[in-house]
Design a protein around this ligand. Sequence first.
Ligand SMILES: Cc1cc2nc3c(=O)[nH]c(=O)nc-3n(C[C@H](O)[C@H](O)[C@H](O)COP(=O)(O)O)c2cc1C
Length: 219
Amino acid sequence: MTVILHIDASARTTRSLSRDLSTSLVALLRERFSGAVILRRDLASDPPPFVTETWIKAAFTKTEARTTADRAALAWSDAAIAELERADIIVLGTPMYNYGLPAALKAWVDQVVRVDRTFSFDLARGDWPLAPILGGKALALLTASGEFGFAPGSIRETWNHLDTHLRALSSYLGVAQFHHIGIEYQEFGDARHARSVAEAKAALPELADRLASGPETSS
Ligand SMILES: Cc1cc2nc3c(=O)[nH]c(=O)nc-3n(C[C@H](O)[C@H](O)[C@H](O)COP(=O)(O)O)c2cc1C
């Protein structure tokens, strides 16, 4: 049974381009994976708590030594990690806010990327002491931005801290296959935006087919 974790991060619940893309992709995946289980995380309506000093102390305390307060501090993280562990495919819809992740999405990342749960830490590994614990998942990242030119070689490449950021940490989410489709030009509302929307929507069925065709090593 395929498990799909559907996450949205846009503060807009209406007229959201990234929600439109993620909802459409999940619908296409439902057609390809009969009986798929859909886990839902709406980070706008249910924002994750920020990591606190108590959370950090608890995360770095061995499970058997944790206090009641430690366990309470990690409860949201435990639930979110349990969903992530179950997921075969993560469908993540997010806007670009201030050239990077919306705060709610960053808070989710901080809650789920956790020592001894999603990564291990060992200085015996030299300069790269972190190693992923989870693996084999596919991530379909669906983004929307008001400006444009964030792709490699484009005019705002160095301003892009959204998909690049998620790609950098994706192994700690257990991601082996990273796919990205983005809509640009939202703030211009012109023909370029219309074309960007049309191209993104047109790319979804092929992405659904790739996700349905099984494991790939990269994209
Ligand atoms: C708080 C905020 C910050 C934004 N920052 C940027 C930005 O840095 N760069 C950009 O291209 N667009 C930016 N935008 C525009 C959004 O990325 C754009 O409206 C996008 O379509 C929002 O996604 P959504 O349609 O899924 O809500 C920002 C919008 C908001 C509300």
